[in-house]
Design a protein around this ligand. Structure first.
Ligand SMILES: [Zn+2]
Length: 80
């Protein structure tokens, strides 16, 4: 479980707004991101299953962000 820093709720997953770099729970979503469309929460296993079934999970932008973020972290850790 994860803890929302805004309201203190213990939740299964937090929502990360890539553009604003904000982390919040689904209850706080209307306050931080009023335009967010409520939708099911998918885990990485759900996404892998959807892809294996040939279903576009629409996560390409998020995956690209995470790849870039991971590369940044690796570069920074290699610099010592
Ligand atoms: Zn919250």
């Amino acid at each position: 479980m994860k803890t929302c820093r805004s309201c203190g709720s213990s939740v299964l997953a937090l929502i990360f707004d890539i553009e604003k770099k904000l982390l919040f729970c689904h209850e706080c979503a209307p306050r931080f991101c009023p335009t967010l469309v409520r939708s099911p929460v998918y885990t990485d296993k759900d996404i892998a299953l959807l892809k294996s079934m040939g279903i576009d999970a629409g996560t390409g932008r998020i995956e690209q962000f995470l790849r870039e973020r991971r590369n940044e972290l690796e570069l920074n850790s290699n610099r010592g």
